[in-house]
Design a binder for this molecule. Structure first.
Ligand code: NAP
Length: 336
């Protein structure tokens, strides 16, 4: 089944509190803008106050018809690179608000360097999964309280994954703490894509396990999305050692074959707000934009549809194993 979807389908969200991680640019900025335009109180998370200020200024400039939209937007400093930092940011938020209705776990990175974070994990995996695990599990009691206190309302968690997860191999836990030894200090294309794909598979497992563990909460909807191929800062190769012409090819394939960033925000926005999620009981799904075009891109946006996972994505034992690994990693990080 597919659903048509435009920003006009987003209902009025007055009274709801939302967090959009990585709301300072690209897809997260559009998600933040549209939720704020519908009167949600939106916390934009980023590592930098100035990037939040710039995003809020852009949203204000693009929203002349919604007076005071900037009053619905608040900066929340979150660095997902360490689990301790992500936990501290979530604890700070818990002091600010007594409800949390919508979380879009959207922040993410790729990267060409072989790097471990201060916690000792490969960086894609650490930021895209472990940081979000620490942040969201710390917020979870508040999310659950919000759902319980407002049984006629609905609460949403959306994990931004990627079509890349279909290319991932089974998670090799030994590999997560290794750096690669290429003498020039950068990953090969295969290594780079493999690491990103693994982190996005982790997003799928996290979504499925979180949904399973909160399954007894009828009005909590936990799902994952793929935005489509969208030309954003995530394709910035300017710090890579590649010759300039190769950087341009790499960056502009998304520009050439991608969908506009506004369309890239629609899968997550549908899951975060649309009433049809409740009507059709959409839980534990992976939402895709349609239709697919060349090279994984999209000729135009034509709605959203739940896409089947592959057998690796469906593997419940692997999802549970990742949860247990993440819990242990979090405990270790908090005790260090
Ligand atoms: N663009 C695509 O074609 C595409 C395709 C599939 C999936 N996705 C996914 O969509 C999501 C958004 O990506 P985008 O394309 O919009 O990229 P983007 O414009 O580069 O935005 C990435 C966001 O993540 C935040 N971020 C990066 N590292 C962080 C860290 N260590 N701690 C906290 N926040 C961090 C950035 O915030 P600050 O730098 O301001 O802190 C920024 O707001 C990602 O999860 C990505 O994997 C994108």
């Amino acid at each position: 089944m597919s659903y048509s979807f435009t920003f006009d389908d987003i209902p009025d969200l007055t009274g709801k509190v939302a967090i959009v991680t990585g709301g300072s640019s690209g897809i997260g900025e559009v998600i933040s803008r549209e939720l704020a335009r519908k009167n949600a109180k939106v916390y934009i998370t980023t590592r930098s106050q100035s990037r939040a200020d710039q995003a809020i200024a852009r949203i204000r400039a693009a929203s002349a018809e919604v007076e005071g939209v900037e009053n619905n937007l608040t900066f929340l400093e979150v660095d997902l690179e360490t689990m301790k930092g992500a936990t501290a940011a979530a604890k700070f938020f818990l002091k600010l608000e007594d409800r949390l209705d919508i979380v879009v776990a959207n922040a993410g990175l790729g990267g060409i360097k072989s790097q471990l974070t201060p916690d000792g994990y490969e960086r894609n995996f650490a930021v895209n999964h472990l940081g979000h695990f620490a942040f969201l599990t710390t917020l979870l009691p508040l999310i659950e309280r919000t759902a319980a206190a407002n049984p006629k309302s609905d609460v949403r968690i959306v994990i931004q994954s990627s079509q890349s997860f279909y290319n991932a191999s089974k998670i090799d836990y030994q590999d997560l703490t290794k750096t690669y030894s290429s003498s020039w200090g950068f990953l090969t294309l295969r290594e780079m894509l493999g690491r990103y794909a693994r982190s996005k598979l982790a997003n799928i497992y996290f979504m499925r396990e979180l949904a399973k563990r909160t399954n007894d909460i009828p009005n909590l909807y936990v799902n994952a999305s793929h935005p489509g191929l969208v030309y954003t800062n995530i394709f910035d190769l300017s710090t890579s050692p590649l010759p300039r012409y190769m950087q341009i090819i790499g960056e502009y394939q998304a520009w050439l074959f991608g969908i506009p960033v506004d369309d890239g925000a629609k899968t997550a926005l549908f899951l975060a707000s649309d009433k049809r999620v409740i009507k059709d009981g959409l839980k534990r799904i992976f939402l895709y934009p349609a239709p697919q075009g060349p090279l994984g891109g999209y000729v135009y946006f034509n709605g959203v549809y739940p896409r089947a996972l592959n057998s690796l994505g469906e593997d419940g034992d692997e999802a549970s194993k990742l949860w247990e690994f993440s819990e242990q990693a979090l405990a270790k990080a908090l005790n260090s």
